[in-house]
Design a protein around this ligand. Structure first.
Ligand code: BTN
Length: 321
């Protein structure tokens, strides 16, 4: 028995639970219960201990805990397995390793810290310990490769809706899937697909959300372009709850996508977009395109009309608003 099972019991109760009951339920001695309570105290948990009534959990530290995650994900059947790491190079690489070994759709890898977080277009992703949501999961969609960008937009909608419902912050989507508040980036999504003969074997969906970073947690070069939910709302967010909300939104949108195709997802994306109908600058491989973002191509690509009325279909790029 470890402090995990004790914590599960304490979390399942809003009231006091006696040392005797804990020792009976866990089949350990009262001394062992006391030792485990002390171990949890060392990890930042706080208890009220009242004689003849027992213990009551009064504070849980902001640390992702397996039992809290499982509780938050209990009503999300899409999530089949959760692997939680303290520190890891990148959840993206770990999820990919698991997918290669046959891990099912819905295998979710979460880390408190990433030492080599990956961003889009070969960039690094700043992932300090205990401050954000750094997670990747496996999808095995039955779609042809050219449709993969549609999933990118679907995920932007899922994360945006989850953040909006928990924080009421005015988050918008910059094409394809950056989430911004007041012009600063709050979240990024990276989808990497493994293919075989134009068929998708699996996708790894990586989500980074700057949840509880403070200004000083950002390196100098990110301070003017990135922000966190905590900075914007003035209060920390329960990360396990947000992970649950993101996965719940993902599950319902993925179902909608599988049943009705991309059209309803595109409408939801458009409603949350801060790119559409705006002047944009796009550094494409060979030249700079300036124009107005006028709509989405059925593949999920962005259609930009330049000053001469020429329409450009952008499949992958960094859009400047
Ligand atoms: C972007 O550049 O906007 C995409 C950032 C994606 C970051 C997430 S954090 C979890 C997962 N693991 C990684 O290494 N990257 C993604």
């Amino acid at each position: 028995m470890n402090e995990q099972s004790l914590l599960d019991l304490l979390l399942s109760r809003d009231d006091y639970i006696s040392g005797e009951e804990l020792s009976k339920r866990l089949s350990i001695s009262r001394t062992a219960v006391w030792k485990q309570i002390n171990k949890l105290r060392e990890q930042g948990y706080q208890f009220e201990a009242v004689s003849r009534r027992g213990y009551k959990l009064t504070y849980k530290p902001d640390r992702l805990h397996e039992s809290l995650l499982l509780k938050a994900l209990a009503n999300v059947p899409l999530v089949k397995h959760v692997k939680l790491f303290g520190s890891i190079h990148s959840t993206q690489i770990e999820a990919q390793r698991l997918a290669e070994q046959g891990a099912p759709e819905g295998t979710l890898v979460i880390a408190e810290e990433q030492t080599a977080g990956k961003g889009r277009l070969g960039r690094k992703w700043h992932s300090p310990a205990g401050k954000g949501i750094w997670m990747s999961f496996v999808l095995r969609p039955l779609i042809a490769l050219p449709y993969a960008p549609q999933l990118t937009l679907m995920m932007a909608v899922a994360v945006c809706r989850a953040i909006r419902s928990l924080t009421k912050l005015d988050v918008g989507i910059k094409w394809p899937n950056d989430l911004l508040i007041n012009g600063r980036k709050i979240s990024g999504i990276l989808i990497e697909s493994a293919t075989e003969d134009e068929r998708i074997r699996y996708c790894i969906v990586g989500i980074g959300i700057d949840a509880n970073l403070d200004e000083e947690d950002y390196p100098e070069e990110l301070r003017s372009v990135a922000t966190s939910l905590k900075v914007e709302s003035g209060q920390p967010i329960d990360r396990a709850e947000l992970i649950g909300a993101v996965m719940k939104e993902t599950e319902s949108l993925y179902e909608l996508y599988q049943q009705e195709g991309f059209a309803p997802i595109a409408s939801l994306w458009e409603a949350l977009s801060i790119t559409l109908h705006q002047p944009v600058r796009i550094q494409a491989a060979t030249d700079l395109i300036e124009g107005t973002a006028i709509g989405l191509h059925p593949s999920g690509a962005l259609i930009v009309e330049d000053a001469n009325g020429v329409r450009h279909t952008i499949f992958s790029a960094d859009v400047q608003l």
